[in-house]
Design a protein around this ligand. Structure first.
Ligand code: NDP
Length: 290
């Protein structure tokens, strides 16, 4: 058996098409354009590429996009002031603080993320949005796990009643992923670096989500035949090649369906950011009219 390959570009195109329609509807009904501001601090080359891609994707779908580049020497106060201005702006509906921050600001990350208004928090990292997700009131949900759910839904993978195993418990992927699957009635197991006998757990998964950051970590002996495997990992090998956390060639022999890296989950992340931006704009207009 060879797994069905779940191509990110197919799902991302579908989401973008629907977001584009929502943007047009929003502009028509409200007379304003949804707006996203991305703040980037310092000179991280990978971050600059991500931010440029986000800007381009916004332009394609008719979303107003502002990229605010601040020098690595920016202080916490200056950044808080910038966030305050964007929180009060009527043209900006979504605010994203590009991570990682320069070393000098790393220990302020939680405070800075908390300064973004929860209704403009398109990354879904604000404690209010984290809490809402945990109690089943999805508001603005982190883009990568939201993208994984979209892949499962658009590929018609049944979630309710299935055993979903997640490897990784980070705040940006593993934990929100667990809550999203739980609220869709999966039975959820979360594994991490202290999990004992990992393969005995992963091989029970109907849906296996892998987000650890270790190249080719998951091999076919860890996967139940027919399982749906979603690979979130992005790892660069010594030869510069990008690979996932799953050994794709090996696992595709036993899995029922599998996402590739590159060309899988990563493409959904930006699509979900655009979706969150329109959702944020809708939420803010709805509140204004109440
Ligand atoms: P983190 O480093 O924050 O978390 C990694 C998690 O994996 C931790 O919970 C850690 O456990 C667990 N882990 C590490 N080693 C093992 C092991 N040997 N066995 C079991 N669990 C292990 O990573 P992120 O969640 O931020 O990202 C994970 C991967 O996803 C990375 O490759 C990242 O680049 C990628 N990513 C991709 C995105 C996309 O758009 N496609 C977006 C975000 C991330 P513990 O908690 O015990 O340390």
């Amino acid at each position: 058996m060879t797994a069905t390959v779940l191509e990110g570009k197919v799902f991302a195109a579908e989401i973008k098409k629907s977001v584009h329609k929502d943007v047009e509807k929003f502009i028509e009904s409200q007379g304003i354009i949804p707006g996203l501001a991305v703040i980037i601090v310092g000179e991280n080359a990978a971050s600059k590429v991500y931010v440029a891609n986000k800007h381009k994707a916004c332009e394609e779908l008719g979303i107003y996009s502002e990229v605010i580049c601040m020098p690595a020497s920016t202080t916490k106060q200056e950044l808080l002031e910038q966030i305050r201005i964007l929180n009060e702006s009527t043209t900006i509906h979504g605010i994203l603080l590009q991570l990682p921050l320069p070393d000098a600001l790393k220990h302020d990350e939680a405070e800075l993320l908390k300064a973004i208004h929860p209704d403009k928090d398109v990354d879904g990292f604000h404690p209010v949005n984290v809490g809402k997700l945990a109690i089943g009131q999805e508001h603005l949900v982190p883009c990568t796990p939201a993208g994984c759910i979209k892949i499962l839904e658009l590929a018609n993978v049944e979630i309710a009643g299935k055993h979903a195993v997640i490897i990784g418990r980070s705040n940006i992927v593993g934990k929100p992923m667990a809550n999203l699957l739980l609220s869709r009635h999966a039975t959820v197991t979360i594994c991490h670096s202290r999990t004992a006998n990992l393969p005995s757990i992963t091989s029970q998964a109907d849906i296996l989500i892998v987000a650890i950051g270790k190249a080719h970590f998951v091999t076919k002996d860890m996967v139940k035949p027919g399982a749906v495997v979603i690979d979130v990992g992005i790892n660069r090998l010594a030869d510069k090649k990008l690979v996932g956390d799953v050994n794709f060639e090996d696992v595709k022999e036993v899995a029922g369906a599998i996402t590739p890296v590159p060309g899988g989950v990563g493409l959904l992340t930006i699509a979900m950011l655009l979706s969150n931006t329109v959702k944020a704009a809708q939420l803010q207009c709805h509140k204004e009219h109440k």
